[in-house]
Ligand binder design. Structure first.
Ligand code: ADP
Ligand code: MG
Length: 185
């Protein structure tokens, strides 16, 4: 196993928190959620930060938070927009193993509709959820892929997503190839 931090990236609802907690448990790593840490430090919800200070201020806090939590032996769930800033993309790739949890629009929208209380982010466009998910993913999918060392299928059960991640990491270790980019399955 690796001791580098494992960063999980992907759209809202792809399972970064759910899968991250299970992965951390399995590896006996710490679990860190950048959105949670940021809100605890600011003593405000993300919605309030954005409403009061705007998206750029939130993005700046997000970068600061990311850089402060990247410890060895940790699984780090990131916010969906973390990949928007080039400085974050470079940091993620340089400091750890980056996993993209990729799921189709319908799966993401279905999860967000079923569990609206868990998607504490303010809506980005004010449009119906499936349309918003489609638009946001269209803008970000290439950035997720470019930032990730590995992409996994996040539409399956959380335990299966964890298994894909562990298999990819141990295969990379075994071949001792430099981390590049790969896809499960
Ligand atoms: P993220 O942190 O990426 O926004 P979450 O882990 O909060 O996503 O998951 C969003 C919702 O989808 C939660 O209600 C969670 O229980 C559910 N969920 C997450 N991953 C899966 C999965 N692999 N299969 C089914 N439901 C999932
Ligand atoms: Mg989350």
């Amino acid at each position: 196993m690796t001791t580098q931090p494992i960063f999980l990236i992907g759209a809202r609802g792809c399972g970064k928190t759910t899968v991250g907690q299970k992965l951390a448990e399995t590896c006996k790593f710490a679990f860190i959620d950048t959105d949670l840490i940021l809100q605890q430090r600011a003593q405000m919800s993300i919605a309030d930060i954005v409403a009061k200070e705007g998206w750029p201020a939130f993005r700046a806090l997000e970068t600061k938070t990311l850089q402060s939590v990247a410890e060895p032996q940790s699984v780090i769930a990131t916010g969906g927009g973390i990949i928007l800033a080039p400085v974050n993309r470079e940091f993620l790739r340089a400091q750890g193993i980056v996993i993209y949890l990729k799921a189709p629009v319908a799966v993401l929208a279905g999860r967000l509709e079923a569990f609206p209380e868990e998607s504490q982010r303010p809506t980005l466009t004010g449009k119906p959820i499936s349309e918003e998910v489609r638009e946001v993913l269209a803008q970000r999918d290439a950035l997720y892929r470019e930032t990730a060392h590995f992409t996994v299928d996040a539409a399956c059960e959380p335990d299966d997503v964890v298994a894909q991640i562990l298999a990819l990491i141990s295969a990379a270790r075994a071949s001792s190839a430099p981390l590049n980019s790969a896809t499960a399955g």
